[in-house]
Write a protein that binds this ligand. Structure first.
Ligand code: PRP
Ligand code: ZN
Length: 297
């Protein structure tokens, strides 16, 4: 029997949903039952292990899972922690996934005077990322106390437990609700596909390579859009100049209108409203924007 490739994924939270939909887009068929820890992929010898995000690095570093999807914030904190005990690196990055972007930031209460990292000297900072914070403070030659909390870090200043926090910021809503202002960025984080450094079978390696290739194809497709529109022949050049990253458009005659053509293009970047409004003002009409599911080149 071929040993199954075991991947660790986050059970709850934003990354959980994104990881599941990414793997589904890659053609993996599976059904996640309620709170099940383990899910068999039906069409590949892959098992998905749904766990707490903090557990993913350990499972991969210790070789209990062959790979996983994890936010680089959790990964790098765990890496610093592991480095205290083991000199050698315990994982390899395969691919950044370009989702779940957020920042690990230091924030201070509104009204606190802040004039750069030196203002944090002697202060107490609440965080779930004590090692990333310590690393940052050392580099800034600042000495501060750390209050380690697993969650609800943003409440600590209001409760008089800390002077500042170091936490993830995505939309900024949590900071705003707690009357905190972000002052420093410690890390730009996103989801990442990693593997352990233990050896795996040739078949498992092939599966991992296939997955990485498919993820890249999906990422590539997600950024691009298929655009179709009608354009006056005399405005065609100026319209095409407005479209981001378009190589060679397909131009077809528009039956019944000799002055117009039908244009089909694949844009290399996201297409934004203002681009569409611009090409419309240049004479494009019947503009269709279609998502692209996969691009294999
Ligand atoms: C993170 C972070 C903040 C919030 C920031 O928590 O710790 O609380 O998201 O997001 P925002 O800027 O969009 O408001 P998460 O929701 O991951 O839960 P946790 O704190 O329980 O881990
Ligand atoms: Zn939080």
């Amino acid at each position: 029997m071929i040993p199954r490739l075991r991947l660790a994924l986050q059970k709850k939270g934003r990354l959980a949903q994104d990881s599941i939909s990414l793997l589904e887009r890659c053609g993996l068929q599976f059904y996640v039952k309620g709170n099940a820890l383990l899910t068999h992929v039906q069409n590949f010898p892959i098992d998905l292990l749904f766990v707490r995000d903090d557990d993913i690095p350990t499972l991969v570093f210790d070789g209990l899972c062959d790979g996983g999807i994890i936010g680089s914030n959790v990964l790098l904190e765990a890496e610093l922690e592991a480095a205290l005990r083991f000199p050698q690196k315990k994982y390899q990055s395969i691919l950044p996934l370009d989702n779940c972007h957020c920042r690990l930031m230091i924030a201070v209460p509104e009204g606190m005077s802040y004039a750069g990292p030196a203002s944090l000297e002697g202060k107490r900072i609440a965080t779930s990322y004590p090692l990333l914070l310590a690393d940052y403070l050392t580099k800034q030659h600042v000495s501060a106390q750390t209050l380690f909390l697993h969650g609800s870090v943003e409440v600590a200043p209001r409760m008089g437990m800390a002077d500042a926090i170091c936490d993830l910021v995505s939309s900024g809503q949590t900071l705003e609700e707690n009357k905190l202002v972000a002052v420093e960025t410690i890390l730009e984080s996103q989801a990442i596909l990693i593997r352990g450094v233990h050896s795996i079978s040739e078949q498992q390696q092939e599966l991992l390579d296939m997955l990485a290739r498919r993820i890249q194809a999906v990422q590539h497709a997600l950024k691009r859009k298929y655009i179709a529109f009608h354009a006056p022949k005399n405005a065609l050049e100026s319209i095409c100049q407005e479209l981001p990253g378009v190589e060679s458009p397909t131009i077809l005659p528009l039956p019944g209108d000799p002055d117009k053509v039908v244009v089909h293009v694949v844009s290399a970047e996201g297409v934004f409203w203002n681009t569409l409004e611009t090409i419309q003002s240049l004479g494009a009409s019947s503009i269709l924007i279609l998502p692209i599911e996969k691009i294999l080149e």
